[in-house]
Design a binder for this molecule. Structure first.
Ligand code: 4AD
Ligand code: MG
Length: 466
């Protein structure tokens, strides 16, 4: 049975066949085998969909004598007729005429039938994609990425590849991973004893980017509507279920757009993605609804059907203070909203996604546009039930004098931002954008509670296996 003479049919195609087929060939991994008198059932999964294809093997198949080699985890190829299933639970099954053991798996294969904890499965990230749950998670991840591109491409946004290695700290939080080829044991030094990065690879200090925004702004002011979608890195030492050190972010940036338009796009975008996943990943979503989060479908539908609540930061603080709830962190004007506050707003009070806007300038980065009150900037965060902040964005400061004041206020050097300032000198225009955390969106649509379980190989403090 050669590979080319008979193209392999995906299990997904086989299971949605319009009628019986005389001869098909499928390849995949054995999930289970059940032996009866005179025949065996193999459940074969090839990752194309959640369901496995049932293969019936009896004495008419020359390999039936070796059926005991076809163990859970083995890679196999099966050729035969696709016929209507007599049994419950599937429409089609394969009656094997020929079997081939492509790669055996002995009984030390860790994914035997019993259920494993998510923590254990993280330790075998090289095998967990073969489980039902992670098979589903990573199919949805792939589809979500596609839906994101589709959303922007259909609206005429240009996809910009912003650099991963950068010299600027967009968010100003100092949470950057340094990129250097200097000898850590014996680096070149300046006279004052500090490390001389002018002798480093890029002849200056460089880092992995925390955001593609500043470069996206450049392209918004040439191409109008643009977006980036790529990996970003944060060296923040927060060991939570919602923080990863390497995560993917989607950042649209729009010229001639204000905060209002930015919030509108964010809401339209999130709803579009939910609808797409409901439409295209229903089988996988049903699994999550059954085993991961019983309220998943209701919550997704609920979010689709209602407008997001919009309140200012000032109103949010008042509302939290009046709530009578005893929070771990106090609520006071001028402090960042903590996750418990965000979740109170979205889960308990409004019971729907909430967009909080106009934050105090002290707690936001230098690039956000000053409001006329001189106290707040045109920032917005979208909060969703179960997660809290899923989007952070703003209208950008397009006025050079205000930008310079903000740079000074944040202790930043005008010279380091010469190109960013140039954009305000030459054809400046109001513009706005936001960043959606890709993994947080995946957590939202799957109900999976830990970010480590929606990214193939999680990078978190102390963890870089695989
Ligand atoms: O709010 P953030 O820090 O905003 C920015 O980086 C802006 N430059 C975006 C922009 O306006 N273009 O991050 C945006 C989103 C957050 O709302 C969150 O969903 C996600 O990125 N995020 C993380 N996701 C996983 N792990 C982390 N450590 C994250 N930090 C932020
Ligand atoms: Mg944020």
């Amino acid at each position: 049975m050669s590979h080319t003479s008979h193209p392999r049919l995906k299990v997904k195609q086989a299971l949605s066949s319009a009628g019986p087929v005389e001869e098909v060939q499928i390849s995949g991994w054995v999930r289970t085998r059940r032996d009866a008198k005179g025949f065996s059932f193999l459940e074969i999964n090839d990752g194309s969909c959640l369901a496995s294809l049932q293969v019936i093997v009896d004495a008419s198949c020359p390999q039936y004598a070796q059926i005991h080699d076809y163990t859970t985890g083995a890679a196999v190829r099966a050729k035969g007729a696709l016929v209507a299933s007599q049994g419950q639970g599937q429409k089609w099954e394969l009656k094997a005429a020929e079997l081939h053991l492509v790669g055996a798996a002995d009984d030390s294969y860790p994914l035997q039938k019993k259920r494993h904890s998510l923590e254990y499965l993280r330790e075998i990230s090289h095998l967990r994609p073969r489980s039902n749950l992670f098979g589903a998670v990573f199919r949805v991840r792939s589809r979500l990425a596609y839906a994101i591109h589709q959303f922007f491409q259909e609206r005429g946004f240009v996809y910009v590849h912003t650099p991963l290695i950068t010299a600027s700290d967009c968010e100003g939080a100092g949470e950057m991973f340094r990129v250097s080829v200097l000898d850590p044991v014996n680096p070149p030094k300046n006279k004052d004893g500090s490390i001389d990065y002018s002798r480093d690879f890029f002849e200056r200090p460089t880092y992995l980017t925390v955001s593609g925004q500043l470069e996206a702004e450049i392209f918004a002011l040439s191409h109008g509507d643009v977006y980036t979608f790529g990996p970003t890195f944060r060296a923040e030492n927060s060991n939570t279920s919602r923080h990863a050190s390497e995560f993917w972010m989607i950042e649209p940036e729009m010229a001639f757009c204000d905060l209002e338009g930015d919030m509108d796009l964010a809401e339209e975008f999130i709803k579009h993605l939910i609808l797409d996943i409901l439409d295209n990943c229903s089988e996988d979503l049903d699994l999550f609804g059954k085993f991961v989060d019983k309220g998943l479908h209701d919550r997704l539908r609920f979010v689709l059907e209602r407008p997001f609540e919009r309140i200012s930061y000032t109103e949010a603080v008042e509302l939290l203070q009046k709530s009578g709830v005893k929070f771990d962190y106090p609520v006071e004007y001028g402090a960042n909203l903590q996750s418990e506050h965000e979740r109170y707003l979205t889960e308990t009070h409004f019971k729907r996604p909430v967009t909080v806007f106009n934050y105090p300038k002290e707690i936001k980065p230098f690039y956000m546009r000053q409001n006329d009150d001189d106290k707040t900037v045109a920032a917005m965060d979208v909060l969703v039930p179960g997660i809290g902040e899923i989007i952070g964005g703003s209208q950008r400061e397009e006025r050079l004098d205000r930008l310079d004041a903000a740079l000074e206020h944040h202790g930043l050097d005008q010279e380091d931002y010469w190109w960013y300032r140039d954009l305000r000198k030459y054809g400046s225009a109001p513009h706005a954008g936001f960043g959606l955390g890709f993994e947080r969106m995946l957590m939202f649509v799957t109900g999976v509670a830990n970010i480590r379980d929606v990214i193939p190989f999680a990078r978190t403090p102390g963890n870089a296996e695989f």
